[in-house]
Design a protein around this ligand. Structure first.
Ligand code: C5P
Length: 410
């Protein structure tokens, strides 16, 4: 599989303030550097009570800066230099006190000073609050957070759950993987801002009896990658998922279904409220005509049972036939003659775009190679036809979709 480096070349200042969540920032540095970023850690005095600069230096590979008066800076202007050299400043954890300081524009130590001094138009500030739930819900904190948001700061979280103080509620810092994903998403172009996307993913499961059923090898990875890429591109995304073992991408609304009929019911009534429908799911074409109430037993039977099958509704065709359909995108998983089959499907389902891929080469895998087919043309994605990871492909498809939506509206 090809390794993605989503933050390659990005220079991030990671600020730590006083909070037990500082231990998670160690892991965050590791994830950021693994994703290709250069991480410059800045710590307040309170942060040093929770984790040492030695740990953060070892993980980031750079000396941690803790003081405005750091004599290593030739011009002695750490607060100016750090902001000038960064593509973004992320404060994680951000304590209630630090948020209050930012809201007031105070600058009595290095981290708040550099947040104030950074060139705002090209160096955004992202803040991940971490505090006890009472502190978080206090009107003063809420006022301060609202002020930061108004000033253009992106507030990440907080999450909800167990707190170090023994309480349960809002105020936990987001997990390092969530903060990583937020930062990666932040840098993606917002080509689908304001658009509503509906996506199906995974297989369906058509029960024969209470313990058996008909399904297929679809893992849902392509549909989930599309949902993530769509959120990253600024869209509002609903994902209707068959039975898969995948976690929901941040910001995606997910509805789980089992059968094709359930998927139909989840999709068709609300499809017209969306700008785009992407049918990634490998929907079972047939289901057993009747469902046995109890497990079909082997004992005492001389011949194997036979099942009558009945056809499932075609969800994509039904959406495409709506009076005001969203822009419909189908997927064609074939084992041969990809282009011919994809074109035939395009016509049969009366849709503007179909994405072809070779089923056996993609089911369950992290990478894929696609063929983008419309009524007039076709092209490979990626252009060289070599398998690429599904998220990279999904991002390219979002750009493709954005262009097509614009062309349709023009
Ligand atoms: O009909 P066929 O399975 O060849 O077409 C595949 C495309 O149609 C996929 O986009 C799939 O999600 C969609 N489909 C559907 N409902 C079905 C069968 C397929 O939405 N019952």
């Amino acid at each position: 599989m090809s390794e993605r480096s989503d933050l390659q070349g990005r220079r991030i200042v990671l600020g730590l303030t006083g909070g037990i969540a500082c231990y998670k920032s160690a892991e965050l540095v590791r994830l950021l550097t693994k994703a290709g970023a250069t991480v410059q850690v800045v710590m307040t005095e309170a942060a040093e009570a929770f984790i040492t600069p030695v740990t953060m230096q070892a993980l980031s590979g750079r000396a941690v800066v803790t003081s405005q008066w750091d004599a290593r800076e030739p011009n002695n202007m750490a607060h100016i230099n750090l902001g000038r050299e960064a593509d973004a400043v992320m404060v994680a954890p951000a304590s209630a006190d630090f948020i209050a300081k930012l809201a007031q524009g105070r600058a009595d130590e290095l981290l708040s000073l550099l947040c104030l001094a950074r060139p705002r138009e090209r160096c955004p500030l992202l803040v991940a609050p971490a505090m006890n739930r009472e502190m978080w819900s206090h009107p003063a904190t809420q006022r301060n957070v609202a002020t930061l948001a108004q000033d253009g700061t992106l507030i990440l979280g907080p999450g909800c759950g167990d707190q170090a103080c023994g309480e349960v509620g809002d105020g936990r810092m987001l997990e390092p993987t969530e903060l990583l994903d937020e930062l990666i998403a932040f840098f993606q172009p917002k080509v689908l801002a304001g658009r509503r996307l509906l996506i199906t993913a995974g297989p369906t499961f058509e029960p024969i009896d209470p313990v058996r059923g008909i399904t297929n090898h679809s893992s849902g990875k392509m549909g989930f990658a599309l949902a993530r890429a769509a959120v990253e591109a600024g869209a509002d995304v609903t994902l209707v998922a068959g039975p898969v073992h995948l976690s929901t991408p941040r910001g995606v609304k997910r509805q789980n279904v089992m059968t094709a009929a359930q998927m139909y019911d989840a999709v068709v009534p609300c499809a017209a409220d969306h700008d785009v429908f992407i049918a990634t799911a490998a929907v079972a074409d047939w289901r057993p005509a009747s469902l046995s109430e109890h497990k079909i037993k082997k004992e005492g039977k001389k011949v194997a049972p036979t099942f009558e099958l009945t056809e499932n509704p075609d969800i994509l065709a039904a959406v495409a036939a709506l009076p005001k359909p969203p822009y419909c995108v189908g997927f064609a998983a074939e084992s041969e003659n990809l282009l011919a089959h994809a074109r035939a499907k395009l016509l049969r389902k009366r849709i503007p775009l179909i994405i072809g891929n070779l089923g056996p080469a993609t089911f369950g895998r992290d990478d894929n190679a696609l063929l983008v087919v419309d009524a007039q043309s076709d092209h490979a994605l990626p252009a060289d036809g070599r398998p690429t990871d599904k998220l990279t492909l999904a991002r390219a498809l979002m750009q493709e979709l954005a262009n097509r939506l614009q062309a349709v509206q023009a």
